[in-house]
Design a protein around this ligand. Structure first.
Ligand code: AMP
Length: 423
C-alpha cells in the first residue's frame, strides 16, 4: 500500500518553502511598518464559531467545512478562514479595552472541502490583516493599500482592485427586496445552488460563477443605487482615498464576497494576467462592523482581508520568479584522520558561533573527495585539518582559486577567515 497526500492537500517541499518564506517575510515587514501585531489562533475551533461567524448560508459553512466530533463529544472544525477565530481571540483576551485601532495579522493553514481545481485547495495558506475599533473609511483604504503593497513587493505589477459597497442593516434589506423580486422572474434559469441562495441569502446569487446565473445577474439592480446616505458617504470617501493613493480600482457593482458578515466595503485584488485560463482573486476582504457583537463582544467596527498564499506563489512561478533560499557556504571544513575528525566537530561549532557558514562532509575520509565536493559547492576557502594539524592545534586555509595555502593556529582561524572573506 502506498500512502499519498489527501486530494487538494500538498506537501511543501524545501524548494517550495522558499516561496512561503518570502511571502511571510514580506507580510512581516509590512505588518511591522503598519503597526500590526502577529496573532496565531488554533487550527481547530468550535464548529458554532464558523456557523455563526462565517454564516450559515455561506458555501463555506454549507458544504466546505472539515468538521469532527472529539472523543469527549465536542463539535470542532478545522478553520476554513481566519476572521472568526481572530474575533473570538479579540473578545476572549479583553482586547476590546485596548486603544483603538487594534491591529492584528496572521499567517497559517486553512481548510475547505473544495472541489479541487486550479487555485482551489483543501489545505491552503492565508495571510490576513484585521483592524478593530474604527469605522471610518480611511481604515478600509489603508487595509487595501497594505495588501496592494504586499503584492507589489512580491513582484505583481499589474493588479486591479475590485470594489463595492454592500450597505448595512439600514439599506441592505431594501436592496434585497428589489433583488429578490428581480431574481424570482428568472428562478428557473438559475443553478440549483442559486435557487437555494435565493431563499436563504439572495445577495450570494450575485457571486455565482456559473455562466447562466451571471447572465441573469448582469441585468440585476445594483446595490450602489440603494445605499443609505451614511453608507453612500462612507463609500464615496473610500473611493476618494483610493484615488489619492493612486490605486487602480474598478467598481464592481455585483461584488458581494462569499461571507455573511460583511457590511459596507467589500474588495478583491486580482492579477490581470491570467493563470491557466481562469482569473482568481489573490486577496479578498472588507468591512465587518457587526461581527464582534454577533460573536458576543461589544459593538465594534472592523475591517480586514486575507490573501491566498498558494495562488500568489503559483502566479510568482508562472511569471518565472525563481527563489533559492539556500545561502552559499563561505568555507568548507575538510578533515583527515580519526583525531582530526573529532576536532573538526568542535571547529564546526566554533565557525557557527562566529556566523561563518561552513559546509562539511564528516562522513567522508578521503581528502580528495572532500576537496572535489568543496569545488562542486563553489566554495573558495577550504579548511583542512590533518593528523599533524590536529596534534599541533593548527589548521590549513587553502584558497581554491590559485591553490595557495597557509597554516594558522585554530585560535586565530576565525580572525584569518574573516579577513580573507572581507577581501
Ligand atoms: P476568502 O477567505 O474566501 O475571502 O479568500 C481569501 C483569499 O484566500 C482568496 O482571495 C484566495 O486567494 C484564497 N483562497 C480562498 N480559498 C482558497 C482555496 N480553497 N485554495 C486556495 N486559496 C484559497
Amino acid at each position: 500500500m502506498k500512502f499519498q497526500t489527501q486530494i487538494g492537500m500538498h506537501d511543501i517541499l524545501p524548494e517550495d518553502e522558499f516561496y512561503y518564506q518570502k511571502v511571510l517575510e514580506v507580510c512581516r515587514s509590512a505588518a511591522d511598518f503598519y503597526g500590526f501585531g502577529r496573532i496565531e489562533t488554533p487550527i481547530l475551533e468550535e464548529t458554532q464559531l464558523f456557523e455563526k461567524g462565517t454564516g450559515g448560508s455561506t458555501d463555506i459553512v454549507h458544504k466546505q467545512m472539515f468538521s469532527l466530533r472529539t472523543l469527549g463529544g465536542d463539535h470542532l472544525t478545522l478553520r476554513p478562514e481566519g476572521t472568526p477565530g481572530i474575533v473570538r481571540a479579540y473578545i476572549q483576551h479583553g482586547m476590546q479595552s485596548l486603544p483603538k485601532p487594534v491591529k492584528l495579522w496572521y499567517f497559517g493553514p486553512f481548510f475547505r472541502y473544495e472541489r479541487p481545481q486550479a487555485g482551489r485547495y483543501r489545505q491552503f495558506y492565508q495571510f490576513g490583516f484585521e483592524s478593530f475599533g474604527i469605522g471610518k473609511s480611511v481604515i478600509d483604504a489603508q487595509i487595501i493599500q497594505l495588501f496592494y503593497d504586499i503584492l507589489k513587493e512580491l513582484g505583481f505589477k499589474n493588479l486591479t482592485i475590485e470594489i463595492n459597497s454592500i450597505g448595512d442593516s439600514c439599506c441592505r434589506p431594501y436592496y434585497k427586496k428589489s433583488l429578490v423580486s428581480y431574481l424570482r422572474k428568472y428562478q428557473n434559469v438559475l443553478c440549483k445552488d442559486c435557487q437555494r441562495r435565493l431563499r436563504e441569502n439572495p445577495l450570494r446569487v450575485l457571486d455565482c460563477k456559473q455562466e447562466k446565473c451571471q447572465r441573469v445577474v448582469r441585468g440585476a439592480p445594483q446595490i450602489i443605487d440603494s445605499l443609505c446616505q451614511e453608507c453612500h458617504d462612507h463609500f464615496q470617501k473610500l473611493l476618494e482615498f483610493l484615488e489619492a493613493l493612486e490605486l487602480p480600482y474598478h467598481l464592481n457593482p455585483y461584488l458581494v464576497r462569499g461571507l455573511d458578515y460583511y457590511t459596507r466595503t467589500v474588495f478583491e485584488i486580482y492579477d490581470n494576467k491570467k493563470n491557466e485560463g481562469s482569473r482568481v482573486a489573490l486577496v479578498g476582504g472588507g468591512r465587518y462592523d457587526k461581527l464582534v457583537q454577533l460573536l458576543g463582544g461589544k459593538n465594534t467596527p472592523a475591517c480586514g482581508a486575507a490573501g491566498g498564499v498558494e495562488r500568489i506563489i503559483d502566479l510568482m512561478k508562472a511569471k518565472g520568479e525563481k527563489l533559492n533560499g539556500f545561502s552559499k557556504p563561505a568555507v568548507f571544513l575538510a578533515q583527515v584522520g580519526k583525531l582530526a575528525k573529532r576536532k573538526a566537530l568542535s571547529i564546526f561549532e566554533k565557525l557557527r558561533e562566529s556566523n561563518i557558514k561552513v559546509a562539511e562532509a564528516f562522513y567522508k575520509d578521503s581528502l580528495l573527495s572532500q576537496l572535489s565536493q568543496a569545488n562542486r559547492l563553489g566554495v573558495r576557502y577550504v579548511l583542512i585539518l590533518g593528523q599533524k594539524e590536529a596534534l599541533e592545534n593548527k589548521i590549513i586555509i587553502k584558497d581554491m582559486k590559485g591553490g595557495h595555502q597557509k597554516t594558522v593556529s585554530v585560535k586565530k582561524m576565525v580572525q584569518e577567515i574573516k579577513k580573507k572573506l572581507k577581501k
